[in-house]
Design a protein around this ligand. Structure first.
Ligand SMILES: CC(C)(COP(=O)(O)OP(=O)(O)OC[C@H]1O[C@@H](n2cnc3c(N)ncnc32)[C@H](O)[C@@H]1OP(=O)(O)O)[C@@H](O)C(=O)NCCC(=O)NCCS
Length: 160
């Protein structure tokens, strides 16, 4: 993983998945603001890069274009999957799946036993993606997204 891994996508596209670097953060922030109603700040991403020992921050690149990112972190034997996004014009060609599965593999290699995440209750594309890969809904966090007063579904999966 040190130099990244290349995944073959449909239509001869090649996706490079590699560790996030601080110079990627401005591009990530542009995507984050375009996608999420309550976007993470640049500092949130940078903090996770400094704390590299227990954070798994990945990006997906096609050519020179950043098209996706995923951030998760390890707490003891648990992986918490905190953020995943794919650029609007590159969706539905398996990129989200590729970053999710790569994060889970790294978590597994870091001796994580279980992975948890929160997802907006109305976010069907993401819920379907997680269910496809074995996550189950194990709880609801009421008003988790305070700005929009939206509940989160808590989803979990055993990985090891
Ligand atoms: C959720 C998201 C990351 C999915 O990424 P993606 O690259 O488009 O998804 P993939 O092409 O890898 O799809 C993998 C699986 O996810 C599910 N899925 C993805 N998009 C879907 C959609 N629009 N409707 C229903 N299911 C969908 C399907 O199960 C799909 O498998 P299939 O192709 O065999 O049907 C993307 O839609 C996104 O960035 N959304 C905005 C940010 C977000 O909601 N992030 C998640 C926060 S918890």
């Amino acid at each position: 993983m040190n130099r990244g891994i290349v995944i073959q996508l449909p239509d001869q596209l090649k996706l490079l998945i590699r560790w996030m670097k601080s110079r990627d953060v401005p591009y990530i922030i542009d995507m984050e603001r375009a996608i999420f109603p309550s976007p993470w700040s640049a500092e949130s991403f940078l903090y996770r890069l400094y704390e590299r020992s227990y954070n798994i921050s990945l990006i997906g690149v096609i050519g020179k274009e950043l098209v996706s990112y995923a951030v998760s972190y390890v707490v003891h034997d648990e992986l918490h999957f905190g953020n995943l996004a794919v650029d609007q014009k590159h969706r539905s060609i398996n990129i989200g799946e590729a970053l999710l599965l790569t994060s889970l593999q790294i978590g597994k290699e870091s001796n994580c036993r279980v992975v948890h995440l929160e997802v907006r209750e109305n976010n069907q594309p993401a819920i379907r993606l997680y269910q496809k890969h074995g996550f189950e809904i194990v709880g609801v966090r009421e008003n988790y997204y305070t700005d929009e007063k939206e509940d989160a579904l808590l989803m979990s999966r055993i990985i090891n």
